[in-house]
Design a binder for this molecule. Structure first.
Ligand SMILES: Cc1cc2nc3c(=O)[nH]c(=O)nc-3n(C[C@H](O)[C@H](O)[C@H](O)COP(=O)(O)OP(=O)(O)OC[C@H]3O[C@@H](n4cnc5c(N)ncnc54)[C@H](O)[C@@H]3O)c2cc1C
Length: 502
């Protein structure tokens, strides 16, 4: 990643202090007690567990003022009003899987509203929608909908929460057929910064409805979503093609990836595909699932393999919908009930590539040279995912750039650069990830590359345009109107300053 050379133009803390007032913890506690809210503060025995972020790089970074556990929307309303009275910030935490622990806010003393106990998933057979509370996890959503023969497009990890995932995008292997998770939202209920409740849809408060589909945490606390659902496929074709070559040359690597890129422009929407480049770069795996029958898949995979060349390993299997979701998650079950996820220590960055500016052969060759030569601690592992979001008939691309707050519609790939460590995170690790991005953007001057806010990167400079492109100005205007005092303000929320402490 970009050499941790993020310049401290000003600190987030001082900028936020301009917008919110000084809080008093006793005022807050009295208010929470008076409203009979279920909450905990730092002397509770469950506090260390409940303040441990999924990304252990942020362990101990932010200490909340208190954590509230609502079971009803009225509890969220009361909590937001208490925070207002006490002059402190509020942040929602749903699945807790933010890469930057952003559910805890981005400074000490935030009132965290944790949706652990608001995780209901209800399928409405009358209109084939699903009403889902933000604390529900993707794996449990998939299982519950599957009981009714229904499904939605969403991310691969069963533990990711609907609250954050549906706030900033929500991509999965069926997104080229069904869109991002935000594209399946038909309505939502929010609590605004002043404690007012809003039901938002295309017809009611359309500006807010637009804004929460890509930047939700800046505008309100979502207490439930209504999603359209799709018929779950009885089976899908699971496939993986492995290109293993201890001597994969820079040129061979670049050719493989550019061939996959070229093929992606015309790939049918039924195919979900990612190229994973694993640790060391000597294994590239093209895999995912196809939402159709084997004979159609055979034709499509032939065109892919004609472009990319013969793989060393090949895996093609018919799988039930749920079995395929389990496999792509690398899990043994989709259920998360009673089994917490294992936190880890990691850092990730993303790039979103415009359709009209494919990555160049020279850029991919430079990337291959970089990862072959860079040194990282032996306790650090990495992978890079080239996720195909676009292509001729991808549903993600069928929506105009200003159709939702999420703007990157005319784009081909979202690339995720991810490193994780079993040891204490070091600056060498961070520099390694920054270096991957610098290498792959070599020779790409003049191309505007975006970033994906659900792969949040608190070191990203210019995040406003990289996440939101031409939609930022409209988002900023709506934010000023609905949250003028900055009750929800935190790092990389709309209206926040450029620089962020890490
Ligand atoms: C292991 C792993 C796998 C992933 N796989 C994918 C993937 O396949 N596809 C993909 O697109 N993304 C993926 N992601 C990224 C994921 O979509 C984001 O991290 C997402 O924001 C997490 O949502 P959460 O509710 O779990 O997180 P939280 O940490 O609870 O929340 C994240 C952000 O959303 C805000 N938020 C949460 N709830 C609400 C609410 N009710 N109202 C308003 N704002 C809210 C929080 O304040 C915070 O800013 C993955 C992440 C991880 C860790």
């Amino acid at each position: 990643m970009l050499a941790f050379a993020f310049v401290l133009l000003c600190t987030l803390a001082s900028a936020l202090a301009n917008q919110v007032f000084l809080g008093s913890s006793s005022t807050l506690t009295s208010c929470l007690v008076n409203n009979s809210l279920n909450f905990e503060v730092s002397h509770n025995s469950t506090w260390p567990n409940d303040t441990t972020p999924f990304n252990l790089r942020y362990l101990g970074h932010y200490t909340p003022a208190a954590i509230v556990y609502p079971t009803l929307t009225s509890h969220v309303v009361a909590a937001v009003k208490c925070a207002n009275e006490s002059g402190i910030h509020v942040s929602a935490l749903s699945g807790g899987h933010s890469y930057s622990a952003s559910g805890y806010g981005s400074q000490n003393g935030t009132l965290v509203i944790m949706f652990r106990d608001m995780a209901q998933i209800t399928y409405n057979s009358s209109d084939a929608t699903a009403t889902i509370q933000p604390g529900a996890r993707l794996g449990d959503v998939a299982l519950e909908l599957n009981k009714h023969g229904r499904a939605m497009a969403h991310g691969l990890c069963p533990y990711v929460g609907v609250g954050g995932h549906a706030g900033f995008g929500g991509w999965g292997l069926s997104s080229r057929s069904w869109g991002l998770l935000i594209d399946q939202v038909v309505a939502a209920d929010l609590v605004l910064a002043n404690g007012t409740e809003r039901h938002v849809s295309d017809l009611q408060y359309p500006d807010l409805f637009w804004a929460i589909r890509g930047a939700s945490s800046s505008f309100g606390i979502v207490t439930q979503y209504i999603f359209k659902t799709h018929q779950a496929p009885a089976t899908v074709i699971r496939y993986a093609y492995g290109y293993q070559n201890p001597n994969l040359s820079e040129d061979a690597f670049a050719k493989l990836l550019t061939s996959y890129q070229t093929w992606g422009y015309t790939a049918p929407k039924e195919i979900g595909i990612v190229a994973n480049v694993w640790n060391g770069g000597k294994l590239v795996e093209l895999g995912g699932y196809y939402m159709g029958n084997l004979s159609d898949f055979t034709r499509i995979s032939c065109s892919l393999l004609q472009a990319t060349g013969s793989p060393n390993t090949m895996y093609v299997e018919n799988r039930t919908w749920v079995a395929a979701l389990i496999e792509v998650a690398g899990a043994t079950t989709l259920s998360t009930i009673g089994k917490p996820d294992d936190p880890r220590t990691f850092f990730a960055k993303s790039l979103v590539t415009p359709t009209h500016s494919p990555l160049k052969n020279t850029s991919l060759a430079m990337f291959a040279r970089y990862f072959a030569q860079a040194s990282i601690p032996p306790t650090t592992s990495w992978f890079v995912q080239f996720e195909l979001w676009g292509g001729r008939d991808s549903v993600i691309m069928s929506i105009p750039a200003n159709g939702t707050a999420y703007p990157h519609r005319d784009h081909l790939w979202t690339i995720q650069f991810y490193a994780y460590s079993d040891a204490t995170w070091s600056e060498t690790d961070t520099n390694f990830v920054n270096g991957m991005v610098s290498a792959i953007t070599y020779n790409m001057d003049g191309t505007t590359l975006g970033a994906y806010a659900n792969y949040i990167d608190p070191t990203l400079t210019g995040w406003q345009s990289k996440y939101y492109a031409g939609n930022y100005a409209r988002l900023a205007a709506i934010q000023k109107e609905v949250d003028p005092r900055g009750v929800f303000m935190k790092a990389q929320n709309i209206g926040a300053p450029e620089i962020l402490p890490v």
